[in-house]
Design a protein around this ligand. Structure first.
Ligand SMILES: Cc1cc2nc3c(=O)[nH]c(=O)nc-3n(C[C@H](O)[C@H](O)[C@H](O)COP(=O)(O)OP(=O)(O)OC[C@H]3O[C@@H](n4cnc5c(N)ncnc54)[C@H](O)[C@@H]3O)c2cc1C
Length: 407
């Protein structure tokens, strides 16, 4: 067997970009993936549509990476979102831009992204083998190869660890890279769920399961009332609590098993006085109805019974009899529907894993380990994580490119 110069561990977006890029430089590259197919997690991204990246500028990318964003300046400069789109286009993938600068395949099918990346591997003569890497072999401070679970060893002068995080473990991301790196002295920042749904104490959320609210403003407060996060956009109710883009982004700032207060402004475009005027107009229109039947123009149907209960206005009360004070309570409720957050959902349900190989021990310009010569890192295994919007995949692609181009 020809001596593989470069071994890439993990065939997700980071590993595929790294392997193809190293191959393009004429290096002999072997990509080792433990699943029967490449990009298993990539296939389920963006609800099967794959939000590939975001068309914001460099500062916009960094601003959307709350954990160690600055470490990625060099990587994004070497391989930007525009570079990624140019590459994917050359590989035959048509893309489209949606709300908030989010980029998706024009076909809305994540499998087309995987196919484009597979083409990148083929055209750059990357050898893909199925296997699980159980050890990185190091001699005199430099990489000498990898050992597979089967016992087989593969020699190499460069190894790129692109094993992902440890969320959604059925996709193959079971956290192997953390152990592989730690065995050679790398520090692993404690792992925790990021971009994860939140559990709430209130039982009534179950009634709202499946309801999406498109334009709401949320605020997260500590139990002492200190503001932790605020955002505007889409959220949804689940059987255990809340999820959706603004909630997932908020979760990045929260600790597991800690209480927080979530306030949802259901009418962020209307200041309280304007909302009150709007309600008065509705109440005039529905003057003959009872309160429980007078909110159809104001709220999604599923939300009405819950709001009616929480508003402390008798549901059977004639709308024309509702007092100014009662209306004031309703306005306050709509401007700040309160929920108590009790916990994050577990790491296995997180979109990304926060924590990982500390950036202090990785060269930002090459992704090479500062501890072991010839060892590189790419993707979610590194201690960086971003909000939703395509940023996490851009991190995987950019760090993968840099590792493949500098190994
Ligand atoms: C439901 C969901 C939706 C998401 N949607 C989006 C989105 O739309 N946009 C976005 O930007 N991000 C999204 N993400 C996040 C994004 O998918 C990840 O950040 C990204 O896949 C990380 O890429 P990676 O290559 O580092 O790791 P992964 O994609 O996890 O790939 C790692 C690969 O390594 C393999 N592997 C692991 N250990 C070994 C081993 N020992 N030997 C051999 N192979 C091994 C695994 O099998 C896996 O194939 C989503 C995540 C989830 C869970």
């Amino acid at each position: 067997m020809a001596r593989a110069q470069v071994i890439v561990v993990g065939g997700g977006p980071a590993g595929m970009l790294a392997a193809g890029t190293a191959g393009r430089r004429g290096l002999a590259v072997t990509l080792v993936e433990k699943n029967e197919r490449l990009g298993k997690k990539l296939l389920i991204t963006g609800k099967g549509r794959c939000n590939i990246t975001n068309i914001t500028d460099l500062d916009g990318l960094i601003a959307n990476i709350p954990v160690n964003g600055r470490f990625l300046y060099s990587a994004f400069t070497q391989f930007s979102n525009q570079d990624l789109l140019t590459l994917l286009q050359r590989l035959g993938l048509k893309t489209k831009v949606e709300r908030g600068g989010r980029v998706f395949p024009a076909s809305d099918r994540s499998v087309d992204v995987v196919r484009a990346l597979e083409k990148y591997l083929t055209e750059n003569h990357v050898r893909v083998i199925r296997g699980e890497v159980s050890k990185i072999l190091v001699e005199a401070g430099a990489v000498s190869g990898v050992q597979l679970k089967s016992g087989e060893t593969l020699p190499a002068t460069k190894v790129i660890i692109a094993t992902g995080g440890c969320s959604y473990p059925l996709t193959g991301s079971t956290g192997d890279g953390y152990r592989l790196a730690a065995e050679h002295g790398h520090t692993i920042t404690p792992l925790k769920p990021a971009l994860v749904p939140l559990e709430v104490r209130e039982e009534w959320v179950r009634e709202l399961q499946g309801l999406t609210l498109k334009n709401v403003a949320i605020k997260l407060l500590s139990t002492e009332g200190q503001k932790i996060y605020s955002d505007f956009g889409e959220m949804l109710f689940t059987h255990f609590g809340v999820s959706g883009p603004v909630i997932l982004s908020a979760s990045t700032h929260l600790r597991p098993a800690t209480s927080y207060r979530l306030l949802i402004d259901l009418k962020p475009a209307l200041p309280p006085e304007q909302l009150d005027a709007r309600i008065q107009r509705d109440f005039q229109k529905y003057a003959r109805k009872i309160f429980a039947n007078a909110l159809d123009d104001l709220l999604p149907r599923k939300l009405i019974p819950v709001v009616v209960r929480l508003a402390a206005i008798p549901p059977e009360k004639q709308v024309s009899q509702i007092t100014k004070e009662e209306r004031g309570n309703l306005v306050a409720l709509l401007k700040g529907l309160a929920l108590e957050i009790t916990d994050l959902r577990p790491l296995s349900e997180a979109i990304v894993t926060a924590g990982g190989v500390t950036v202090k021990e990785i060269q930002p310009a090459t992704m090479e380990s500062k501890l072991v010569r010839g060892l590189f890192f790419a993707g979610e295994v590194i201690d960086v994580n971003a909000y939703t919007g395509g940023y996490n995949l851009q991190i995987a692609f950019s760090t993968g490119y840099v590792a493949g181009n500098n190994c």
